[in-house]
Design a binder for this molecule. Structure first.
Ligand code: MN
Ligand code: MN
Length: 316
């Protein structure tokens, strides 16, 4: 049962379009706040797109996700879960990136999440581009590799870009496997599609035992069958959930740097998260929302809704 301090600001006391926008109108608890010790799930922004190789913009994601998340109410309409009563949730603020130095920023992210983990808090991150997941995993998987369920239209398993650059948003999970942060036999990637440079990423997945479920298979089998397999792959292991908004079809989520056609609709986008109920989720992220490509705010609203669904399965 949650402490009353950690309840969102009521929309009947202060209308939801008013006030300072924190994630889901939760209290802002910086890492230096004594209240940090009571937080069990921390929502964190990583406003950074230093790993982006094509159309940049996700550095603006956390701010727009906070704004659109004020639309979210306290109770899940489908499952009935009331996450803010089931867990002490708070907005822990943003990691301060160094927009001019990628390696420095990754150290800053890992350091922030070291503190979060030491405080016994499970993080729910708003990116940022997908390279964000790597320094987060370096903190969360310090003692043992994690399992992972990854929603994306890309595997993000490439070795390098531009003739040897190892750290981009196309390489985080290659690095995470190499660094022993993920157990590749307990990793499943769902929704993979789009044109490709070559098969290098798929060859790596096959070599280390990562299960890739391409979009053709996703549509043929449906959400229930695919998610039953995903649950079996991770089992009772501590599991990281990484959700790239470009998993969703660009008709529903155009505001992202690397869209690929033929994806799931916005209903399937939340159904796959509801199917995670009961798993041991060590942390989760929602990345690649790019406000410069999202003039309606619809992509950020979907992103905030996916974050709420993630929060419900983490808290419930
Ligand atoms: Mn990605
Ligand atoms: Mn992607």
């Amino acid at each position: 049962m949650s402490d009353t301090y950690f309840q969102p600001v009521s929309g009947f006391g202060l209308p939801r379009f008013a006030g300072v926008a924190t994630f889901m109108r939760l209290p802002h608890v910086p890492l230096t706040d004594p209240k940090l010790k009571d937080v069990t799930i921390g929502l964190i922004g990583v406003p950074w797109d230093g790993g982006t190789t094509n159309r940049s913009g996700p550095r603006h994601g956390p701010r727009q996700l906070r704004d659109m998340s004020t639309m979210i109410r306290a109770q899940n309409g489908a499952t009935g879960v009331r996450p803010f009563e089931a867990a002490n949730c708070a907005d822990l603020g943003d990691v301060a990136p160094n927009p001019a130095d990628l390696m420095d920023t990754m150290e800053r992210v890992t350091s922030f999440y070291d503190t979060v983990r030491s405080a016994g808090i499970r993080p729910l991150t708003a990116g940022g581009d997908h390279l964000t997941s790597l320094p987060v995993l370096r903190a969360l998987a310090k003692d043992a590799p994690l399992a992972m369920i990854h929603f994306d239209s890309h595997t993000d398993l490439f070795d390098s870009y531009f003739g040897g650059t190892k750290y981009t948003h196309g390489t985080p999970f290659r690095r995470a496997v190499e660094e022993g942060l993920l157990d590749p036999k307990k990793v499943v990637q769902i929704g993979i599609r789009g044109s490709a440079y070559d098969n290098e990423d798929r060859d790596f997945a096959n070599a280390v035992g990562i299960r890739v479920i391409p979009i053709e298979e996703f549509h043929a089998r449906g959400v229930d069958s695919v998610m039953a397999e995903a649950r079996e792959i991770v089992g009772r292991a501590d599991t990281y959930v990484s959700y790239d908004i470009d998993f969703v079809d660009p008709a529903f989520a155009p505001g992202t740097g690397t869209p690929e056609v033929g994806g799931p609709n916005s209903f399937q986008a939340i159904q796959v998260v509801r199917a995670l109920q009961g798993l041991r989720i060590a942390g989760a992220d929602l990345v690649e929302v790019s406000p410069p490509f999202d003039p309606s705010g619809g992509t950020a609203f979907l992103g905030a809704s996916i974050m709420f669904e993630l929060l419900c399965v983490m808290a419930g």
